[in-house]
Design a binder for this molecule. Structure first.
Ligand code: DGT
Ligand code: CA
Ligand code: CA
Ligand code: ZN
Length: 594
């Protein structure tokens, strides 16, 4: 039995297969083969069960969609030996670090190969040096313009290096959490820090384990996790490991008595902690990771040890906040943005929840770049308890996404008619994601727009217009009388694509004026609008729509990331358009004459 080097999560498997596909693309291998790997990656990323578990149980991976014999063999080999032979072969020719280059906007496999073969560029740092030396500009196929683009892409990369997205982190720690639930003597496990606050990107992961007595065996169990490449125990109550992905995880072992106080402290944010500590001082209290303590009147607090004074709270979070005269504050709000005062005044928002949503208003079907039929998507939405959904396939300008022209749109409506009969338990809105063309006109004739139940507009091209032209473009598009929702308004992709230059404030003001809703795209790679802008939308009374933009049924489950972001933006159910009933939504859709 070959030794298993690390415990690989599905995301690790997806990463290795993507690496293989990327390197094969640089090599110029058969595009069909490459596509097969990429399709397999989609499947792997969407699986709800860990592959290592399926392989251990002897399950046949080729029964999964888009996984053939070849890919299945690679996956088993990877999970059992820690590497894929085929990948090693290709890596002998092209270093894996080249793939990092391909993550830069505007740098495809051909350019990566050229940079490597002509200038010896292997890494991002090499590229930065080659750009500075002026050598890149002399390469065939790399003009002044592409050099400028590459410099910009490098800046974006630098800015985001080291903070993976929340969804990636959740995948990467799945196995570790299971491992820690089996720790000897562990009575409770909580993920604290930015993960608990549901931030869109994560620096490191903070775990709390509840246990009485000596924590040494728990810390040892933690540092022995198979997926750790480095581990550091630091006494009986804490430890730290680095996973194969490079993600750091910190652990604290805390007794029951202090668990609430520790949870508040390690959930943070730091600024929130400072705010509650300041409030405590005013009340002659001290709050720290062990509890809340009353400071005797005649004692200088600076002379006290951490647990001196009369202990008044600490076992639960509620008790800690209560001792400070505060209502319990949902973790998503703990950023010192007014939540402490609101908790004191009893005016905390009643944050929107997943269960409040009654429908999903952006998704794609096989009529454009989606992977499932309208019927399959409708049934998947019905299973999720929704009252309605909108099928929003791309319009024609997105030729590469096989968009709908008017003729195909009308054909699609016939199919929607049929599915309405096949799946009567849910309401299907006839819609389209209509592309905003370069100058702000919509990529669909008025007669088609007028017959849609819901018109979604968004940008998919000319991302680099200056702010004035971009804002005018979007404002013009929004002013078309049929428009209902501005989707993924800034076009950003977390860690990979910067937002377009858009005056979001002006757009939100126009949205209020024109009665256009804005989308909070729940795809964890997008989360667009971002939380600050979503909050602004709420303030301006602009309805926010939380939509998944799913391209397959599994994508519908991204909704919870949209909810996280909405909660961080202080949104309540009434601020979110798709919490309305089908009847109320239809009333809203009829708000302006079409
Ligand atoms: P991250 O890891 O950058 O995504 O963000 P956090 O918030 O998880 O930060 P981290 O891991 O450095 O610390 C976890 C929590 O521990 C943090 O949210 C609040 C608390 N904490 C850490 N350092 C300090 C500190 O110096 N003062 C206070 N008051 N709290 C701290
Ligand atoms: Ca952290
Ligand atoms: Ca930490
Ligand atoms: Zn889109």
């Amino acid at each position: 039995m070959p030794r298993v080097a690390h415990l690989l999560e599905n995301l690790d498997v997806a990463r290795e297969l993507t690496l293989l596909a990327d390197l094969l693309e640089i090599q110029g291998a058969n595009p069909f083969r490459i596509r097969a790997y990429r399709n397999a990656v989609n499947t792997v990323e969407g699986l709800s069960r860990p592959l290592h578990e399926m392989v251990a149980a002897g399950e046949d991976l080729t029964e999964l969609p888009a996984i053939g014999d070849n890919v299945a063999a690679h996956i088993v080999e990877l999970l059992q030996t820690g590497s894929i032979d085929r990948l090693r072969e290709v890596e002998a020719e092209f270093p894996r670090s080249l793939v990092e280059l391909m993550a830069l906007e505007g740098l495809g496999p051909k350019k990566a190969r050229k940079l490597f073969e002509e200038l010896g560029v292997r890494t991002i740092d090499d590229l930065a040096r080659a750009l500075d030396s002026g050598k890149v500009a002399t390469l065939e196929g790399f003009g002044e313009k592409s050099v400028t683009k590459l410099r910009h892409a490098l800046e974006v990369h630098r800015k985001h290096a080291g903070r993976p997205r929340l969804d990636e982190v959740e995948q990467l720690i799945g196995g570790l959490l299971e491992h820690m639930r089996r720790a000897p003597g562990a009575m409770g496990l909580e993920v604290a820090g930015s993960v608990r606050r549901r931030k869109e990107t994560i620096g490191d992961v903070d775990l709390l384990v509840q246990a009485e007595g000596d924590g040494t065996p728990i810390v040892e169990h933690f540092t022995k996790f198979r997926g750790a490449v480095r581990a550091e125990a630091a006494g009986p109550t804490k430890g730290s490991i680095v996973l194969g992905s490079g993600l750091q995880v910190d652990l604290r072992v805390v007794p029951k008595k202090s668990f609430g106080a520790a949870l508040v402290y390690f959930t943070g944010s730091k600024d929130h902690n400072v705010a509650i500590r300041t409030r405590a001082v005013r009340d002659k209290l001290r709050v720290n990771e062990w509890g809340v303590y009353r400071v005797p009147a005649d004692v200088d607090p600076a002379t006290l040890g951490p647990t001196d004074g009369k202990r008044v709270a600490g076992d639960t979070e509620e008790s800690v906040y209560e001792a400070l005269g505060l209502a319990w504050i949902p973790p998503e709000l703990r950023e010192n943005r007014g939540e402490v005062q609101a908790a004191a005044d009893g005016t905390l928002p009643q944050l929107v929840e997943l269960e409040d949503l009654r429908g999903d208003l952006q998704m794609h079907s096989t009529w454009s770049d989606g992977k499932a039929s309208i019927e399959v998507m409708a049934r998947a939405c019905a299973e999720r308890g929704y009252e309605y959904l909108a099928i929003t396939d791309h319009s024609g300008a997105m030729a590469m996404l096989e968009g709908l022209d008017p003729k195909r749109a009308r054909k699609q409506w016939k199919e929607i008619e049929q599915v309405r009969e096949q799946v009567p338990e849910i309401e299907i809105l006839r819609s389209a994601e209509v592309d905003i063309l370069k100058c702000g006109t919509l990529d669909m004739p008025d007669d088609v727009l007028e017959e849609l139940d819901l018109v979604l507009i968004s940008i998919h091209s000319f991302f680099d217009l200056d702010k004035k032209r971009m804002t005018d473009r979007v404002l013009k598009a929004m002013s078309h009388p049929t428009v209902d929702i501005l989707a993924h308004p800034t076009g950003r992709k977390i860690n990979s694509r910067e937002p377009i230059a858009l005056d979001v404030q002006a757009v939100l003001e126009a949205a209020a004026e024109l009665s256009v809703a804005v989308e909070l795209n729940a795809n964890p790679r997008r989360l667009d609008l971002s939380e600050a802008h979503v909050h602004r939308a709420k303030e301006l009374g602009v309805p926010v729509v939380i939509s998944t933009d799913a391209h397959a049924p599994a994508g519908l489950d991204d909704m919870r990331y949209g909810i996280d972001q909405a909660r961080r933006a202080w949104l309540e159910a009434k601020d979110v358009l798709n919490t309305r009933t089908a009847k109320q939504l239809k009333k809203w859709l009829a708000r302006k004459p079409k």
